[in-house]
Design a protein around this ligand. Structure first.
Ligand SMILES: Cc1ncc(C[n+]2csc(CCOP(=O)(O)OP(=O)(O)O)c2C)c(N)n1
Ligand SMILES: CC(=O)[C@@H](O)[C@H](O)COP(=O)(O)O
Ligand SMILES: [Mg+2]
Length: 621
């Protein structure tokens, strides 16, 4: 048996027998645990998808056949099998391999993904394009049971079942989203999983399949006929059949032979197939099997204990948020929480434990969650819709139509707003300022510290209109200057005659660092904490513009459409001819890497902000 790195993959898979493939699976699991324990990453989903991915690359000819990974967090094994194992030490690091499929990295990554539930739409599009051009290849989408809670997957299925074009959908069902999967669909899948058919199938699959004459004789004429022989693996009335797909399964997703045999069946079908594969999240690594949610996405950890290596001493903004919401909910029984499958990531675990009846995990259904909250608010409740900035993009129309147009008091707790670091392009929360600030009735706030987040939450809990509070991933900053009441608007941290830096949210620490450097080099610099993005503190903006030579704005969001542009247009409206230097993320998709490295590269660290301002004053830019 060769070492994993000595194979020529995926080509060698074609010559390997079941025993060798099973040994390869063992090697891949060891490799994953070894590497991810150092780099951090999405371990549990990948451990569960090892045999499935091996079988897919044996059965299909990637990249001619297109394999699409929903979300893409489970594509590490695919990366290993497509020639990227020797670069795995760089996973999710600046300049290294991405944690998600990236066409720029390999021709085997046929579509860049990161947000869930779009794989069936992608497959439908590829299949339609193939048939329009008269090409001949297979299109396969791999979607998890969690991602199947997203409405977009039903739009994809609805359309695909109507198309003449065929795609194979692999439903990788491990009973888990990040946490336990929720909702009616998940209950339905659960029933299939524990069905008698699956149990007997698991015991006797190999021999049972060989006894099917149509297959043994090579006379098989399409899955629908073979289905009659596969009664043991079909549950009557399964919803996918009703939607017009051929349903195959449930199949033991850790049995390579079983997957391969069924993929061959699926290939021969003349219309689209849903192949239901049962896997275990975290399979093969004891710590991840015990606590798959913890190992869904994890930082570097100790392999033997499973404990995180770099624990921050300060609580994260998510933790501050979760604790404060719990405290407020004790006093106010109208407070409810809405989450789109991110209870843990958003700090809501304790809230959910204490107030299960006031916690609504709607699944990966951000749009629905927002509309649902609009109706809760209309009924007198105070919903805190707690969603990552990047995923809230999915609910944009719902925010406009079902909360802002209704002018109902929904609170948007926007976590992971700003640069998120190693998840990269698909996950940075850089658009929310620009997509929220132009909606009528919407107020947008950004705290610069833990105390300020708490103050804003209290303010939001009695505010009678839609309101958003955006805060970043990671440790909450400690307030150096104790925040004044929010009713005072923006907070002047320090005065400056040459430069005034308007800072948004958590960028305050970088702005203060820049001011310190500039003051030390003789440029009199002051700092203001904006707090209100929309409506901005107009009076203080105009006052500060009159007081200094150069106004600078700093935000952890896209420069275009951001707070800086609000300041510029305010000055223009008031015929104030003052130069404004806008510092934010440039107009491009920002890659992955450590947040500090990215801030430095794009000129947003304290040192770089100071350097850019100095250059400006000295006429260098
Ligand atoms: C639109 C969107 N919302 C939320 C997420 C965050 N997210 C990533 S993976 C995941 C769970 C997916 O579950 P499943 O598809 O079953 O895959 P598993 O992790 O179980 O393998 C969630 C909620 C996302 N990537 N995209
Ligand atoms: C794959 C995915 O979308 C999530 O797992 C995401 O990576 C979580 O990010 P955090 O680690 O910031 O919670
Ligand atoms: Mg799952």
């Amino acid at each position: 048996m060769k070492n994993l790195l000595d194979y020529s993959l995926p080509e060698d898979l074609k010559f390997m027998d079941t025993k060798e493939l099973e040994l390869l699976a063992v090697q891949i699991r060891e490799f994953l645990v070894e590497n991810v324990s150092k780099t951090g990453g999405h371990l549990a989903s990948n451990l569960g998808a090892v045999e499935l991915t091996i079988a897919l690359h044996k059965a299909f000819n990637s990249p001619l056949d297109k394999i699409i990974w929903d979300v893409g967090h489970q594509a590490y094994v695919h990366k290993i099998l497509t020639g990227r194992a020797d670069n795995f030490g760089s996973l999710r690091k600046f300049g290294g391999l991405s944690g998600f499929p990236k066409g720029g990295e390999s021709e085997h990554d046929v579509f860049d993904t990161g947000h869930s539930s779009n794989s069936i739409s992608i497959a439908a599009g590829f299949a339609a394009a193939r048939d329009l051009s008269g090409d001949n290849y297979d299109v396969v989408a791999v979607i998890g049971d969690g991602s199947l809670t997203g409405g977009l997957s039903y739009e994809g299925m609805n359309n695909l079942s109507d198309l003449k074009s065929k795609a194979i959908i692999i439903l990788n069902d491990n009973g888990m989203s990040i946490g336990l999967n929720t909702g009616g669909l998940s209950k339905h899948l659960n029933k299939l999983r524990v069905s008698k058919g699956y149990s007997s199938f698991k015991k006797g699959f190999g021999t049972a399949l060989k006894k099917i004459p149509a297959i043994g004789d090579g006379l098989y004429n399409g899955v629908s006929r073979a289905r009659d022989h596969l009664k043991y693996s079909i549950v009557e009335g399964v919803m996918f059949e009703k939607l017009g797909f051929t349903y195959i399964g449930p199949i033991d997703g850790h049995n390579i032979d079983a997957i391969l045999h069924n993929l061959e069946l699926a290939k021969t079908s003349d219309h689209s197939v849903i192949m239901h594969v049962i896997t275990q999240k975290g399979k093969g690594y004891r710590n991840a099997e015990k606590d798959p949610s913890k190992f869904h996405g994890i930082g570097a950890f100790d392999k033997s204990t499973g404990e995180l290596l770099n624990k921050s001493e300060r609580p994260s903004y998510s933790e501050v948020f979760g604790k404060k919401l719990t405290d407020m909910a004790r006093q106010n029984d109208r407070i409810v929480a809405v989450s789109a499958a991110m209870i843990d990531g958003t700090g809501l675990r304790e809230f959910a434990r204490l107030f299960p009846e006031r916690t609504f995990d709607v699944g990966i259904a951000e749009g629905h969650g927002v509309t649902f909250a609009g109706a809760l608010a209309k009924s007198g409740y105070k919903p805190f819709v707690t969603i990552y900035s990047t995923f809230l993009q999915r609910g944009y129309d719902n925010i406009i139509m079902d909360t802002c147009l209704q002018d109902v008091p929904v609170v948007f707790a926007i976590d992971r707003a700003g640069c998120v670091g190693s998840d990269g392009e698909t996950h940075h929360g850089l658009f929310d300022i620009s997509y929220l600030k132009n909606i009528p009735n919407m107020t947008v706030l950004a705290p610069a510290s833990d105390i300020e987040l708490e103050m804003m939450m209290e303010f939001a809990s009695v505010y009678e209109h839609p309101i958003a509070i955006r805060y970043p991933r990671g440790s909450a900053s400690e307030a150096v200057t104790i925040p004044k009441s929010l009713s005072e608007g923006a907070q002047v941290i320090s005065e400056g005659k040459d430069v005034i830096i308007w800072s948004v949210g958590n960028m305050l620490k970088n702005a203060e660092k820049a001011a310190e450097i500039l003051n030390n080099s003789g440029i009199d610099t002051g700092v203001i904490n904006a707090r209100f993005i929309m409506p901005p503190d107009r009076e203080k903006i105009l006052q500060s513009a009159n007081k200094c030579k150069l106004l600078v704005t700093v935000e952890d969001g896209m420069k275009i459409g951001g707070f800086g542009e609000t300041v510029v247009s305010l000055l223009a409206e008031n015929s104030l001819n003052k130069e404004v230097m806008i510092l934010g993320w440039p107009e491009k998709f920002i890659e992955h890497g450590n947040t500090d490295q990215l801030m430095d590269k794009y000129g947003l660290s304290g040192e770089k902000i100071a350097e850019r301002i100095k250059d400006k004053i000295e006429g260098k830019n």
